[in-house]
Write a protein that binds this ligand. Structure first.
Ligand code: FES
Ligand code: FES
Length: 161
């Protein structure tokens, strides 16, 4: 079987995979990083979103071999030690989750949104997150959380200047 290696959450990892092994399967079953969720088999729900080379990607729609040599971040790699990422804090503060199943993918997608657009409108947030399905329909508070995180991250950026 071919070998794949990549950097995941700052650590070099490698493993044997079949040609058909999905990146989501490699992350969950080989690396045991089960924060990346699988909520569908049609690439529609977005529960599996991670970052590959800084871009949000549905990890169920990519083969592990396609990520060979990539720099991958999963939800487990977002916090800085004990310090939650501002997006995670905002989801907690705004009750942007109910069952939490969609949350890792929502958070990873939302972080990527703010990389592209640091001050999105409600409409832009809803549009960006259209590939992420919340079956608890908590969209209102999810949008609130993304806006709060945008404000917090702008504040952090200004303080660093
Ligand atoms: Fe990847 Fe649903 S598990 S989109
Ligand atoms: Fe339950 Fe979104 S919080 S699916």
């Amino acid at each position: 079987m071919p070998n794949v290696s990549m950097t995941v959450n700052g650590k070099q990892v490698s493993g044997e995979v079949e040609g058909r092994t999905l990146l989501s399967t490699f992350i969950r079953e080989t690396l045991d990083l089960t924060g990346t969720h699988i909520g569908c088999d049609t690439s529609q729900c977005g529960a599996c979103v991670i970052h590959v080379n800084g871009q949000s990607v549905k990890s169920c729609s990519m083969l592990a071999l396609q990520a060979d040599g990539a720099d991958v971040t999963t939800i487990e790699g977002l916090a800085a030690g004990d310090q939650m990422h501002p997006m995670q804090e905002a989801f907690r503060d705004c009750h942007g989750l109910q069952c939490g199943f969609c949350t890792p993918g929502m958070v990873m997608s939302a972080v990527d949104l703010l990389q592209h657009n640091p001050d999105p409108t409600d409409h832009e947030i809803r549009e960006w997150l259209e590939g992420n399905i919340c079956r608890c329909t908590g969209y209102h508070n999810i949008v609130k959380a993304v806006k709060q995180a945008a404000g917090a991250m702008k504040g952090q950026a200004a303080a660093a200047e």
